[in-house]
Design a protein around this ligand. Structure first.
Ligand code: GLC
Length: 475
């Protein structure tokens, strides 16, 4: 271990407690998943140059999408806006009224379950379903037959090229979505055609990424926020860049010090596989995904993949070392049977008997682990969760370095960030190592649970866009 690295938390203890014939295999996995301080720094350095490259005319792996959200809200934004968030499991529709004063708003919302099949169905099925949900929501708000079209901000959290704030050409699906006929097309006319067909009176006035929504909503409440980030099914961040530092929009001749939000889409970091410490398990996850070779960083870090990583590690320990000997592991062999909340629950159980972990395996997988197996499982989860948090910190540290930010608040949203209890402290520890903060210095960059990006954040973005267009966006 090189100087400055944190001590391995449970490792030595676990190795002393498990049967000796497991030790080499467990140590091998430990080595694969341990990311040293030096490696974190090396990854962050490369990350900074890739952020720069994404802003250049030539571009790079990281898209660095210009969102046309120009600057932070002032607190004087007003009006009623509808927002739609197409998440992985739910569709969330809100009516947001921005009222007087910074951080003040009223919100009414509804959620609609998105069937799993929609993720790999046809574009018509997707847009038709969304149009039906929006129609239902307007019905409830007594606006189904409104003579005026209702303005809507659409949180569409995938990489899009934005010729303007109300256009978004899908670069590629991420998070294992795989719907034909959308990549390479503007999603706005596609959804508007479905709305038209069903006579739903809605006009889309802004396309918003969840990270940009988070950045704007969080800064509305807390002026120290400079980065908005999501750690959930996917992993990504947005921040404000000066137009003068974005060579790829030079032809727009914008004032160089005008800020514009950049949705980094840095889940695509290191698709060239130059610096990330990939393991054979990461390779397996990539090969099984609908877009192999894409989102290399995200696949090592984000919630959608953490359960799969654990599953593959456990299967390997079963096949090579007889973990869960004599048990039927057929359920464990099914893809995506383990999700990130499974890992969070395992890490919560720090008891000697590990009864919660035992019950979880019994209930969800039909496996009754022996005591030494429970220890191994908990350690594997700790390794996978710690690696994710430490690699997550590299993206945040890279933005800070690129922008010379010495201290700021980062607004973070997403189920994994909010529910995986150790994540925050592990990421904070990694930031400390990468950014070389002296031991007596209180963390200058801190992660905070974010405000509602796809509700109030999207509504604020709509209000800012309407203001900039002098109202023409609404006509
Ligand atoms: C994926 C998407 C990105 C989104 C992130 C978090 O990385 O490509 O747009 O912000 O997931 O939801």
């Amino acid at each position: 271990m090189s100087a400055g690295n944190p001590p391995k938390p449970l490792g030595c203890q676990v190795l002393a407690e498990i049967p000796p014939d497991y030790v080499p295999a467990v140590q091998r996995i430990e080595d694969m998943f341990t990311v040293t301080t030096d490696k974190l720094k090396q990854i962050t350095e490369h990350f900074v140059s890739e952020l720069e490259k994404g802003l250049s005319l030539e571009g790079g792996n990281i898209p660095m999408n210009v969102t046309w959200v120009m600057g932070f809200p002032t607190g004087n934004e007003h009006g009623k806006y509808f927002t739609l968030d197409m998440g992985g499991t739910n569709l969330r529709v809100c009516e947001v009224v921005l009222t007087d004063g910074r951080g003040k708003y009223e919100i009414v919302q509804a959620k609609y379950k998105m069937r799993e099949e929609l993720k790999s169905g046809t574009a018509d099925q997707l847009w038709g379903f969304i149009a039906d949900c929006l129609g239902e929501f307007l019905e409830e708000r007594h606006l189904r037959h409104s003579p005026e079209k209702v303005p809507l901000a659409f949180t569409f959290s995938y990489p899009v090229t934005q010729p303007s704030i109300r256009n978004g050409i899908l670069q590629r699906w991420t998070k294992d979505f795989n719907i034909d006929g959308v990549e390479g097309h503007d999603v706005v006319p596609q959804l508007e055609a479905a709305l038209e067909q069903k006579n739903v009176p809605i006009k889309i006035i802004a396309i918003v990424n969840d990270t940009t929504g988070t950045l704007i909503a969080s800064s509305y409440e807390d002026p120290l926020i400079q980065i908005g980030s999501i750690f959930s099914t996917g992993c990504n961040a947005a921040y404000m860049e000066n137009c003068g530092s974005i060579p790829k929009i030079k032809d727009k001749n914008l004032p160089p010090d005008t800020p514009v939000a950049i949705n980094t889409e840095y889940g695509a970091f290191d698709n060239e596989r130059k610096v990330l410490p990939l393991t054979p398990f990461d390779g397996e996850i990539d090969r099984a995904s609908p877009r192999p070779g894409q989102q290399t960083y995200e696949k090592m870090v984000a919630g959608l993949y953490l359960g799969e990583l654990l599953r593959l590690v456990l299967i390997q320990l079963h096949d090579t070392n007889g973990l869960f000997k004599g048990q039927d592991i057929s359920r464990l062999r099914q893809t995506h049977v383990v999700d990130s909340s499974f890992l969070a629950t395992i890490e919560e159980d720090v008891s000697e008997a590990m009864g919660d972990i035992f019950n979880l395996f019994d209930r969800q997988l039909g496996i009754k682990p022996a005591p030494h197996e429970l220890k191994i499982v908990r350690y594997m989860v700790e390794l996978i969760g710690t690696r994710a948090a430490r690699l997550y910190a590299c993206g945040i540290a890279a933005i800070c370095k690129k922008k010379n930010i010495e201290s700021c608040h980062v607004g973070v949203d997403g189920s994994v960030f909010n529910k995986y209890s150790h994540f925050r402290e592990r990421a904070a520890q990694a930031l400390r190592e990468i950014l070389d903060w002296p031991p007596d210095l209180k963390d200058p960059v801190t992660l905070h649970s974010a405000e509602d990006g796809s509700g109030v954040g999207a509504a604020l973005i709509a209000a800012l866009a309407v203001e900039r267009s002098d109202g023409s966006l609404l006509s």
